[in-house]
Every structure is written in structure tokens, then in C-alpha cells.
Design a protein around this ligand. Sequence first.
Ligand code: DP6
Length: 391
Amino acid sequence: SDESFIAYAAAAPNLALIKYWGKRDSRLVLPLNNSISVTLDDQLMRTVTIATASPEFAEDSVELNGKPAEVTDRMRAVLQSLRQRCQRGQDLASWKVRVATRNSFPTAAGLASSSSGLCAFAVAVARLYGIVGDGGSDSCDADTLRWLSTVARLGSGSACRSLFAGFAEWSAGQRPDGVDSTASQLASAGHWDLRVLVCVVGAGAKSAPSTQAMARTVATSSLLPARLSCLPDRLAAVREAVAGRDFASLAEMSMRDSNCLHAVCADTYPPVHYLTDASRAIIDFVHRLNEASGRVVLGYTADAGPNVCLLAQPADVHLAAGCLQRAFDIGPVVGDLGEAADNSKVPSGWAGDGSEGATARHRIESLLICRLGRGALDIPQAEAAAWFDSD
Ligand code: DP6
């Protein structure tokens, strides 16, 4: 039947706490530094993909949200690697494939993510070829898993981290062929119930695509070497914070690394600007809230765009959302707000006296409250298939 020549996959975006920025090899997508991320819950944001192979297809093709899209060189590299490992015979491997992908991100959120997209792409085709089964990352042998992360990496660097649930680290590796530039899980989603509050900020000027921008940073920034030299300590601190569930340390390292990334972007020539006035207002808000609270209530991190993601412990989500509402003009809140805030925990000055709202109130289009979630291999095909048909 045709059945065996169709496969589905789904993946959620991941959010880097220690950022990948800069490649040592752009064709093989080999980074200059290790990065550490959290995979977000697939309920709120995900990419679902269907891969089909047929002797009737004249060429490989790709469809994005119902529209034909370019088959990029990166996608061809992913397909080529997977074809070489096809477990279901050379006929299937020689047939052309059709890969259709849909993003289920809240409308106009500007969150379309290459990490979930290219990860779902790699997993769908790997399933089509019988390279991975349908039983989660546990059912896949360690070598295959490592190898699959190098294949997803060829699609987009950050995609290799979305294979894994919870916390993941992508090692830069040292070999020129990239076989040691692999991602692996640092800790499961259940290890630490962190929450991510995605502040969707109205899109400013069109952001520079990260691939081009990071190449320009490598070519022109004299601060990049300073960033790279402080990363080993920062990575070690994050690993330790994750292992010991030390929120204050994780939040501080994430904030410092985000600030460092955007400083290096500003040092790029011509400069790369991702943050807007609203993004910076959110960042300042976090520092003021932490200061007023006498503890680290929130952390923040921002990628190659104006949205700012806040890190919080579950018990502080309600409080954080309430304080955000006082300081910003906020659109819909999506996701689980948690328990009502204990008012005694709202620091004075945040209890509605207007001081926070006195300055220009920046707009946050929507606030998405996410848990940490499953890796792409852990989302069963049947679930991805149902989503694909319904999204
Ligand atoms: C700022 O993975 O999108 O999000 O490998 O060129 O496809 P390519 O870049 P991409 O870059 C992500 C950059 C970042 C940081 C991160 O996710 O680590």
C-alpha cells in the first residue's frame, strides 16, 4: 500500500539560553561555540510535516503552509544524508520526495522558527526511510541519535537541539567533517518545571536573517573573540544551574548571554539590530522587578528578532504576568497562567501606584506562556498526522 511511503513528524521550537552565533564552516553548519537550549511545549507552537515518496514525482519538492517553497541547498544536504542511510531499499531512496510543512504558531506572532521546521523535516524523512522508528528517542540507538542530530544540523544549526525534550546542548565539535558536532539531552522536561513567557513584540523593521547576520559578525566583529573566550565558563555555569535547579544562576547566565549576543550584533559592521524600544523596555522591566523583589523573579533572552522570552518558576508566572500588565499595553495572554498571585509577593511600587505605567507604555502584542516540552522524536507519528490534517 501507499501507507509505507508516507511519514509524519512534528517538532517544537527551542529557545537558546546560551546562543549559537557564528560558524566555523557554513556549508556543514559547524558552529564556533557550544549552545544550550530549552525545547518549548509543542501544544502552543509546533511545526508538523508530512513526507511522501513516489516513483511518479519528477523532482523533490517542498510546501510551506500550503504554498510551494524553494528546496534550499540545506534541505538538499539533509535529503542526501538521509538517502544514503535509507533502510527500506534503494528504490525508495531513489524516488523523489514531497515534504509539506505547516506551522501552528499563533497568528501574526512572528515566531516562525527554523529550529522546529528543519527538525521536523529531518525526522519526517528519517521515518519515511525507516532510519528511526516511532518509539521516541529512547528507542533509537545512541549512534543513530547522534547521527540524526548532525543531519538536522545541516538543515539549520538550531534545529539539532529540537530533537530533544527539555534541556539540550549542541557541542561545537572540532573535526572538520563535523561528525562530532552533535546535540544531546542535558536534562528531561520533567527534571525542572521552568516556564517561558514569550513576549510577542510588534515586528519592527524586517530583521536580518540569522544565517547572513552571523556570517557578517564572524567577518567583522572584534568583540566576537571576547564572547567566545568567556563562553566555556558560562556554559559550565548553565550546566551546573540545570543540574541543581538553580533558577537565579540560570536566569543570570541567560540574561548575560542574550545581552552579549546583542552587543556582538551591534559591533558587527554594518551593525545588526534585532531589539526594538519595546524589547529594551521589557529587559529593563525585568531588572527593575528583580531589584524591587530582592530576588531573581525573571530572566530574559532574545534571539534574532524583537520578541523577548522571559524565564520564570511556575509559582511566579501569575505575578510576572500581573506586573507585565501594569507596565505594558498587553494583547491576549495564551497558555497556563498558574495560581493567582499572592499579593504580598508583588513588590511595592508594582501594586498599581502608576509608577511603572508613567513612562510610555509599550505594546506587547501577545503573551504566550509555555512549559518545556517533548523532543521531535518523542511526538508519535499518529499525533503529528492528526495535527497535520487539522491545522
Ligand atoms: C540567535 O539556527 O537559525 O537563534 O544555522 O544559519 O540556520 P542557521 O542559523 P539558526 O540560528 C539561530 C541563532 C539564534 C541562537 C540559537 O538558536 O542558538
